[in-house]
Structure formats: C-alpha cells, structure tokens
Design a protein around this ligand. Structure first.
Ligand code: HDD
Length: 714
C-alpha cells in the first residue's frame, strides 16, 4: 500500500487554493466588462427592442402580436423554464466559497488522502448551508436542523461531506427516510405548515419511532435556532472510514467547530426575524465575508481503529448515536475559511449537487445503514434536479481533469476527441489506473452473513444518549427545550400526538415529561418509564463552545439616536467598534439625516441614520448603545417604538450600553425589570445588572485605538 501513498502524494503539486476560482472563471460573464454593445439573442444577433412584441399595427391601434417574433418568444420561453425542481429536502440554502488546509501530517497515521495529510495544500471548498423542512422561499430563522454540506475540490477529485449542525439523525436505516420526510414536510391535504415541524404528522411519527428521540432533543434545543450560519458546529453524522498507507482501516466521524463559538437566537427573536427579515442568515453570511470577517471552522476527526469497533455499548455505525468525546476525543487536524461570496445564486448555490458517495482515495464508507442508503439517494436525486450531465456544471466539476468513456445525454458540454469510447480498445486509450498509480482502492473487507431485513442488536436501544444530551444542558438550555417542545405540541390539535410524545419523554426524563404534559395538556405520567442514568457530557451543551478570545468581530451594534444626540461620542464609538471589526448601525426617527447637538434639524451636516425605528428592529442586532445628549434622550423617551426597542433588546438578553443622560432614560423611562442601578463611589459611572453597561461619560480620547469595552454584565 505504500506505493499508493507515494504515487498519490507525488502527483501533488504546490498549493492550488485558487484552482476552483480559476476554473469557474471560464464561465463567468461580466456585463460591466464586455466588448458587446448590448443585449443579443442566445444565438447571437443584437436585439433592437426588448420592450415591444412585434405587432401588426397601424401605429394607432395595437393590433395582433406576431408569433414570428423570435425576440419575444426567446425571452418568454427562457423565463418559463427558469426553475428546476427544488430539493425535496434542504430546499432553502445559502453558500460561499472557501479554502481548507490541514495543520500538519498527523492524520497520515489514519489515511493517505493528501487532502487530510498534506499541509502544503490549500484545497478549495464550497459550502452550502440549508434548512430542511421549508421550501426555497421559506424563512431563514425557523426552528429546524441546518444542513452543512462541504465540497472539497481536491486534486484527486471532489470529496463531499454532506452534514448537519446536529451530530445525530432521526432514523437509523435509509429506507425510513421517505416516511420521515413525508411526516415532517407540510401535510399532504393542505400543505401546512411551512418551515416548521409543529404539526400532527411530525409528532405522530416521532412518537411512534423511538429511535428519533435523541435527535428530537437536539432539534428542540437552541441548536435548531442558530444566531448565524457562522456560529454553528458541523457534523458529518455518518461513520466513514479512513485507510492508511499500511492498509489499516479506521472508523471516523467528521466535525466542524466554529472559531466564533456556537450561538443561538432566543425563540422570540427567531419568530420575529422570520417576518422582519426572512433572509437574515444568508445576509449575515454575505455581510461577514464582505466585511473581511471570514467564517472559520476547525476541522476535527474522531477515530476508532477497526479492532475496537465493538467496544462500545452503542453501535458505532448507528447514526442516531454520537461518539461521546470522553470516550473518543476529537483530534483537530485542520481548518476551513469561507472567504468569497457567490457571484450568482442559481448557477452556484442552486445547482451545486452533493453526494455522500463522492470520496477520494484514503477515505472509505462503512456499513452504517443510513450512509449506504444515502449513497444511492443523492446520486439519484441529482438526475431529476439537474439531468445526467450535472457533474459538468461549473460548480460541480472537479479541478482535476476528468476523462472516461461516459458519453452523450441531455446537455452534454464536453467534446471528447477521437474514435474510441470503450475499453478495452486496440489503441490502449484511457486505461483504468491501477491502485499503485492512484486508482481508488476499495478496502478488502471480509463480509459474511445471512440475507435478511434486520438492524444490529445495539440499534435497539434509543434513550441512553437522549438522556445524556438532556442531562448535559445548562438550566437555561433545558428551559428553552421544554418551551420548544411545548410550543410544537401546542400546535398539534390531535391529542393522541401529545399523549404519545409525553410517553417518549418519560423515557428520557421524568420532570421533563411532566412539565411538557402540564404545558400542553398531555397525560401527566405517574412514574418515569425508565430511570435517568444521570450521566452528563459537558461538550454537548453549546455553552461549551465559546470563542477562546472574547471578540466582538462581526457583531451588529445598533446606536439608537434622536435629534440632539452627542455627535462626537457617536463618531468615537463607531471608530472604536470598527477597530474591533464589529459593524455599527445608526437607528433614528427617520432614515437619512439626523442631527447631533449643536446642529439645527434640517440644517447642518447631520449624520446619516441607516434605518428608522420601525425599519429595523432590535432583533436584528447583537447589542445596543444609547449615547448621551439631553435633548435626544427626551425625544427617545417620548417615542413608544424607541422605548420598545430597548425593552425588547433587554428581553432578548442583548448587551445594552448607555452613556450619561441615557442612563436615566434606561433606569426611569424604560425601567427594565430586575435591573438595579448603583453609583460607583468615586467615579461618575453607574453599574447595573443583566448585561446593561452604563457610563457617566465616554472617554473618547483613545477611542480609535481602544475598542469601546462591552463587557458581559459588569
Ligand atoms: Fe440528506 C439533501 C444532510 C440523511 C436524501 N441532506 C441533504 C442536504 C444535506 C443533507 C446537508 C443538502 C445538500 C445541499 O446543500 O445540496 N441528510 C443529511 C444528513 C443526513 C441525511 C446529515 C443523515 C446523516 N438524506 C438522508 C437520507 C436520505 C437523504 C437517509 C435518503 C435516503 N438528502 C437526501 C436527498 C437530498 C438531501 C433527497 C435532497 C437534495 C439533495 O439530496 O441533493 O437526496
């Protein structure tokens, strides 16, 4: 097998991080940079009029339109066919380009795949994030699992990790997928609901399918309402294998851990944003990349040598189970940075097609029954979405040359020269490549068994890890989870459903089951269906994933003003926050000019408010600052929407900064429940509880170099 390593790595040239960018450029058209004088028809000629259908007219009366008008017919025909079938799941998505690099060659003890072992390589990647249930036009912030699909354009071909932001799945065997998806998707008789699982059929299904209990806990946790696509973990979910140069095989799970930590919205925010800005997540991704705050994830692997496959109380090939980190630690071997937004949505994000079966030498499958079925399904679904030649589309084609004897089919782009399109042939054209020269090597796995429809013995246990997850949550996370299940079950109007789900919950935690049953009017269990084992794993709570260095990078900070605010203070704050790579947004009584102290309204230079109080709500920001200025504070206090802005931000646990007169505005007018203000002896500062940071005066002298300090609480 060492020959394989040598030949594979020797084929590796220097870093090719821009290989995919260059490849895509072959298809990029830039209307701002063309020698063409203007619009032309698809077959070439210029169009002289694109607004009037050719008619038989005397100039006064319109007259009949003529079918001979190729300009009109081409325009309408192209429009009629703009849509392709949307993905049956994960229809709504956002994507970006990036690069992947390993830190060193430490993974070579597990694999000979250069993408995972060669630190001199920078592999181009494309990531598509998605929600699962809703259709293409649904909102971004709905409660749902998020897809996290990564395409690595390696020099050996494309490798896809088609993962989620949750490490486990609803079902164990792929044959159940159509049932699960039918149950979660809008109900067939009325196509309700859109973008959520809060309906009878979903809860009916999961109530009768206990293997989904673990995943349901995750889906009802804060993981399913992420603050940003950039602050989610990613998981390959399925068990793959790695093959090393000695021919040894290892089971592996893939992990993405975000640099900025794992953060979620609160449910009330998620609900409101779904209406206020349904594109919140895709815009956030674009905004961060355009501002140079490139989303970054560490890439980790959990590895189990083949000989240890059966050492665990769960089956390591069961996708409803995770591998607890205390048993199998994550080894971080590399990182991915997303650094380029797409040029055009449809050809890139809509046409990208992932396949779990797309792996490169050094990586293999396992007998994970969910993965085995997925390998068929993705490859198959692309045929109905994109047609047989989908792998030739710019976003899907590999950066390495592709040559074989596949031919023809609808929309074939490639033109292959020569007389030969079969093997073997008299000229020896395009022979298969032996393993020693880099050909893909399947692992020589010994298999024996009886043909039968079964699942492994350990696949029968469904609750241990659901308990582990629930036990590991922080108290506020548990409270959120209980509210989430209660919200969903409250939307079900068939009592059978909430009775059956309460039973499932009493297998996980008695108090959880009782609380939910009380909330939704379910049957309150008298005794737990099984004892809670009480074990915990700190890595399962998202509070475990905070950034190593506290940072305000990419945070959206609203500065709330009315006319008569302290202008130099605002300028200084903005400069300081910019140093910290946060973005600031001036929110005023109207969009456009607002006037600081010393300038008359309607006169003077003013400053530009980015939005007015109604136009953007507190939900769309991470923190809020109210500068000083007696007049502006008086006006804010008289404006119900401005007062609501602050109350709502407080209710969503946002940090609130207030300076001088604004402190009184907060303490007296807004009167936040539970917030106590106390003067600091010997200074003009006032401190308060619950993340409200106030100051007697803001020192603007060093502001440009010293970021405004926004501390959590005091
Ligand atoms: Fe799937 C899309 C993730 C199980 C069948 N899936 C899809 C996407 C993601 C996942 C992220 C969107 C890809 C994109 O952005 O284009 N799916 C998962 C995960 C699973 C999983 C993490 C469990 C480990 N999926 C799964 C099963 C089946 C499918 C068991 C079928 C047997 N999934 C599909 C699909 C989709 C898809 C129908 C729709 C569009 C597509 O594939 O390209 O084939």
């Amino acid at each position: 097998m060492s020959g394989v390593v040598q030949s594979v790595t020797s084929a590796v040239s220097t870093a090719m991080s821009d290989a995919k960018t260059k490849d895509m450029q072959r298809n990029i058209v830039d209307p701002a940079n063309t020698e063409r004088k203007g619009q032309n028809l698809d077959y070439g000629p210029y169009i002289s009029d694109t607004d009037n259908w050719l008619k038989l007219s005397d100039g006064t009366n319109a007259g009949p339109s003529l079918l001979e008008d190729q300009v009109a017919r081409e325009k309408i025909m192209r429009f009629d066919h703009e849509r392709i079938p949307e993905r049956v799941v994960h229809a709504r998505g956002a994507g970006a380009h990036g690069v992947f690099r390993v830190y060193d060659d430490r993974a070579s003890k597990y694999t000979y795949a250069p993408v995972l072992t060669d630190p001199s390589r920078e592999t181009p990647t494309f990531v598509r994030f998605s929600t699962v249930q809703g259709s293409r036009g649904s909102a971004d912030t709905v409660r749902d699992v998020r897809g996290f699909a990564t395409k690595f354009y390696t020099q050996e071909g494309n490798w896809d990790i088609v993962g989620n932001n949750i490490p486990v799945f609803f079902i164990q065997d792929a044959i159940k997928f159509p049932d699960f998806v039918h149950a979660v998707k809008p109900e067939p008789h009325n196509e309700v609901p859109q973008g959520q699982s809060a309906h009878n059929n979903f809860w009916d299904f999961v109530g009768l399918q206990p293997e989904s209990a673990h995943m349901v806990m995750w889906a009802m946790s804060d993981r399913a309402i992420p603050r940003s696509l950039r602050t989610m973990q990613g998981f390959g979910v399925n068990t793959y294998t790695l093959l090393n140069a000695k021919g040894e095989r290892f089971f592996v799970k893939f992990h993405w851990t975000p640099e900025l930590g794992v953060h979620s919205l609160v449910w009330d925010e998620a609900l409101k944003i779904a209406g206020q800005d349904p594109d919140f997540h895709r815009k956030d991704l674009e905004e961060a990349i355009n501002n140079g705050v490139y989303p970054k994830w560490k890439f980790g692997i959990q590895v189990i040598p083949e000989v240890n496959e059966h050492d665990f109380e769960f089956d390591i090939l069961d996708a409803t189970k995770l591998w607890p980190e205390e048993l199998v630690p994550i080894e971080y071997i590399g990182e991915m940075t997303l650094n380029r937004v797409v040029d055009e949505y449809f050809p890139e994000v809509e046409q990208v097609a992932f396949c779990t079966s797309h792996i490169v030498p050094g990586i293999g499958f396992s007998d994970d029954p969910l993965l085995q079925g997925r390998n068929f399904s993705y490859f198959d679904t692309q045929l109905s979405r994109l047609g047989v030649n989908w792998q030739e589309l710019p976003i899907n084609r590999p950066v390495c040359p592709v040559l074989n004897n596949h031919r023809d089919g609808a929309m074939r782009h490639k033109i292959t020269k020569g007389q030969i399109n079969y093997w073997p042939n008299r000229k020896g054209t395009l022979p298969p490549v032996p393993v020693k020269d880099g050909g893909y090597a399947e692992f020589a796995q010994k298999v024996e068994g009886i043909k039968q429809r079964v699942r492994g013995a350990k696949f029968q246990e469904h609750y241990n890890q659901a308990q582990l997850f629930y036990n590991s949550l922080a108290p506020h996370e548990k409270a959120h989870l209980i509210s989430a299940i209660s919200f969903e079950l409250s939307h079900c109007d068939d009592p059978v459903v909430y009775h059956s789900y309460t039973k499932i919950l009493s297998n996980i935690d008695f108090d959880l089951a009782k609380q939910v049953a009380i909330n939704v009017g379910g049957t309150i269990p008298e005794a737990p269906a099984r004892p809670n084992h009480g074990k915990k794993d700190g890595t399962l709570s998202q509070t475990h994933y905070i950034p190593l260095e506290p940072t305000i990078k990419s945070r959206r900070i609203a500065i709330l003003v009315a006319d008569g605010f302290n202008g130099s203070e605002v300028l200084a704050m903005r400069a300081a926050l910019k140093v910290g790579m946060a973005t600031t947004w001036l929110i005023g009584p109207r969009r456009g000019k607002v006037y600081p102290t010393g300038q008359k309204v309607g006169e003077g230079q003013g400053m530009t408010a980015d939005h007015h109080f109604e136009g953007q709500r507190s939900t769309l920001f991470d923190a809020l600052i109210i500068p000083s200025g007696a007049e502006h504070v008086q006006k804010l206090a008289a404006n119900g929407r401005a007062v609501h802005w602050v109350r709502e931000a407080f209710g969503h646990c946002k940090l609130i900064g207030a300076v001088s007169e604004a402190v009184t505005f907060i303490s007296e007018t807004v009167s936040l429940p539970g917030v106590q203000f106390q003067s600091v002896p010997g200074s003009d500062s006032v401190v308060s509880s619950y993340g409200v940071v106030t100051s007697g005066a803001y020192d603007i002298t060093n502001a440009a170099t010293e970021p405004f300090k926004i501390a959590k609480g005091e």
